[in-house]
Design a protein around this ligand. Structure first.
Ligand code: IPE
Ligand code: IPE
Ligand code: MG
Length: 257
């Protein structure tokens, strides 16, 4: 597996178009309530927005797109809503896997998948296998995912692999390969729709130096042009990674000399 730069150890390459975009797709329930529809209608509608965003990311050369579909805390919702989300998840995997493979999109799942029904776990394994050869874009779906769970499971796996390790020998480099997104660089751009300005236990470790973009647009209304607005905002950020503006300016000058 390719080892990716840790933003706290080495300064990552900065590009105008983000290489990795991570999205909290929020606002489905409110989208439906505004229309006097049941909340779950918003989840179905949200699927259309996912398709559009995946396609636009691929077109723009984004390499990794990670979307939060179900958090480890979403089990707290009413059982009917959780049940609906599970059915929708299975149905959309079944319906989309062929199209993903045709479009060169590799599908990956992160999260504690052991909590899902057997039928879902089997469909996940099948979908990952069917798209494993795809190279254009890696679409990661975070399902029963929590950032704290991720750090804890990585710690456990790291200790299993190094049972006699000294406390002082534990480092970022040692832990990183066990994190569930070890195959991807850290996200450059985080987008949350639906107006809330919080991370809700998404990629806690990986978001260390990610640019955070929040929009009031509800997820089912989010379009390719809304994504472009976020990308334009991103391209204007000065990504300093701890350095000063003056240092960045002098590096740009020496690079172009
Ligand atoms: C996000 O939309 C989708 C999931 C969490 C599954 P919500 O369902 O949270 O929508 P709001 O925030 O209630 O509007
Ligand atoms: C975050 O949205 C999780 C997903 C989008 C899957 P929530 O709607 O569950 O977040 P909170 O509870 O408002 O923070
Ligand atoms: Mg919400």
């Amino acid at each position: 597996m390719v080892r990716h730069t840790s933003s706290t150890i080495e300064i990552p390459e900065v590009r105008a178009v983000p290489r990795h975009v991570a999205i909290i797709m929020d606002g489905n329930g409110r989208w439906a309530s505004k229309r006097h529809m049941p909340r779950v209608a918003g989840h179905s509608e949200g699927l259309g927005a996912v398709r559009k965003v995946v396609e636009e990311c691929r077109r723009q050369g984004v390499e990794f797109l990670t979307v939060f579909a179900f958090s480890s805390e979403n089990w707290r919702r009413p059982p009917e809503e959780v049940g609906f989300l599970m059915k929708l998840f299975l149905k959309s995997l079944r319906g989309e896997v062929g199209r993903l493979a045709e479009n060169g999109i590799q599908l990956r799942l992160i999260g504690d998948l052991s909590q899902f029904d057997q039928s879902i776990q089997e469909m996940i394994a099948y979908s990952e296998e069917k798209t494993a050869h795809c190279k254009d874009l890696t679409l990661t779906i975070a399902a029963n995912y929590g950032g704290r769970w991720d750090i804890l499971q990585a710690t456990r796996e790291m200790l299993r692999a190094n049972p006699n390790i000294e406390a002082d020998a534990v480092s970022e480099d040692l832990l990183q390969p066990y994190l569930s997104m070890a195959y991807a660089p850290e996200p450059d751009l985080f987008i949350r729709t639906g107006g809330e300005q919080r991370v809700s236990n998404f990629l806690l470790w990986q978001l260390a130096y990610t640019e955070l973009y929040f929009t009031d647009t509800l997820w089912p209304d989010f379009t390719a042009s809304d994504l472009q607005v976020a990308f334009d905002w991103f391209s204007q950020r000065e990504r300093r990674f701890g350095r000063t503006s003056a240092q960045l300016a002098s590096e740009t000058l020496s690079a172009s000399a």
